[in-house]
Design a protein around this ligand. Structure first.
Ligand SMILES: Cc1cc2nc3c(=O)[nH]c(=O)nc-3n(C[C@H](O)[C@H](O)[C@H](O)COP(=O)(O)OP(=O)(O)OC[C@H]3O[C@@H](n4cnc5c(N)ncnc54)[C@H](O)[C@@H]3O)c2cc1C
Length: 378
């Protein structure tokens, strides 16, 4: 027996569950398939969990801004506690980087220049000699990614959607007006498939006979290290980031710090692991900017940030195949853009108008369409 639905969403990371949740609000049946035995195992479970308005290309900033109300006031019953909490971001420049920092202040929304002494008052262990200039974005937020993902899963089920794990998609064939989706959990069918397979989105499209959009998965490393310890409370520190994107760190539970070297190493889609050399580089860069010796790397991981060639998300119908919809290329912004991207994807799938909160940003959704990338890959 082939189980059928109106829409099949492939991928149970934040992109897939959020889109499935929004689609299930329509009078249609939704089935979500994921290859793993637990959802959010890949990029979604490995992020830095930040919401930063002044991050990424203009289309990303627009989607982030459009989703803000969802984070701050989620639908009734969506989550038992707030999805976002305060966590400003302090961006710092060393000598020679001041112009880049000035550009961030002048072009960003709500980014204030901050005197180095003030920055030091916020994060006293920063090395003064490395601090030529600073800027502060008070409106950045820390996201409860687990709570957000769980809210979408719970809401999807409450709206009648079904989730099948250990269902790796291995074949996609158009038969008449439907896609037949062959998986390790058996066959499924639907007139519409949404490709939200993260780093594997091009591979999933290939199963349907569609050429790639040129998505590239890039490895990013993160480590957890000791914080400053007794006498210095780091829990209210902001995220601290280098304007040159070569490191950032962020307070974590238990007085610890998460540190990343901001690496972007292209790799084939996989269950990615951190490289020992990247871990060593992370420690070295951290110790150069913070007066805090790393006693021990307590934990390390890596995740994939998957980008289209122009760095913008891909949301739209594939003109080459009836009923094939892309929701991919979330890069380093897939959590913060998820609420708006999901609403937009659901509206486009259901041929509804672009949601008002996205229209309100002035974003031309054509910049997200897969058409722009088709044919550009040799
Ligand atoms: C270190 C790091 C820090 C980050 N920090 C932030 C941040 O602060 N803020 C932010 O907004 N974003 C951040 N990101 C980016 C964010 O994590 C991603 O953009 C987002 O998680 C992508 O979600 P996704 O659902 O597209 O992909 P994924 O979470 O990878 O989900 C894709 C799913 O597709 C499934 N799948 C793949 N192939 C198949 C198949 N053939 N059949 C069935 N299922 C399949 C996989 O099992 C997986 O569950 C960060 C990423 C990293 C690595």
């Amino acid at each position: 027996m082939t189980e059928s639905a109106d829409t099949i969403v492939i991928g149970g990371g934040i992109a897939g569950v959020s889109a499935a949740y929004e689609l299930a609000a329509e009078p249609s049946s939704v089935l979500l398939l994921d290859a793993e035995d637990q959802l959010a195992y890949h990029s979604t479970g490995r992020s830095a969990a930040m919401f930063i308005l002044n991050y990424g290309p203009p289309s990303v900033r627009a989607l982030t801004a459009a989703g803000r109300a969802f984070f701050e006031t989620p639908p009734e019953g969506f989550a038992g506690h707030p999805l976002v909490g305060p966590r400003g971001i302090l961006t710092v420049a060393r000598t020679g980087q001041e112009e880049d920092l000035a550009a961030l202040v002048s072009e960003g929304q709500g980014v204030e220049a901050m005197a180095p002494e003030e920055a030091l008052a916020k994060v006293p262990l920063l090395r003064r000699e490395r601090l030529a200039a600073a800027a502060y974005e008070a409106d950045a937020r820390e996201i409860d990614v687990h709570g957000l993902h769980a809210g979408y899963v719970k809401g999807l089920r409450a709206r009648g959607g079904r989730i099948v794990t250990r269902a790796r998609v291995q074949g996609l064939e158009r038969r008449g007006a439907r896609w037949v989706v062959e998986t390790t959990a058996g066959p499924f069918s639907a007139p519409v498939v949404v490709d939200a397979a993260g780093a594997w989105a091009d591979e999933v499209a290939a199963l349907a006979g569609l050429g790639p959009l040129g998505l590239v998965a890039k490895r990013r490393t993160a480590i957890i290290v000791n914080g400053p310890g007794e006498g210095c409370d780091s829990s209210a520190w902001p995220v601290v980031a280098d304007i040159g994107h070569s490191w950032y760190f962020k307070p974590e539970a238990g007085g610890k710090l998460m540190v990343s070297p901001g690496d972007e190493t292209p790799v084939p889609p996989c269950d990615v692991r951190p490289d020992e050399m990247d871990i060593a580089v992370t420690v070295e860069r951290f110790e150069q900017v913070v007066d805090l010796p790393v006693r021990r790397v307590e934990h390390s991981w890596a995740g994939l940030r998957t980008f289209a060639p122009d760095g913008t998300l891909v949301i739209g119908w594939d003109p080459r195949a009836s009923g094939f919809f892309w929701l991919a290329g979330q890069g380093g912004y897939g959590i913060q853009t998820a609420p708006a991207a999901a609403r937009l994807a659901a509206a486009l799938v259901c041929r509804n108008p672009v949601p008002g909160e996205i229209q309100g940003t002035g974003l031309d959704v054509a910049v997200l369409a897969p058409d722009r990338l088709i044919g550009s890959i040799s």
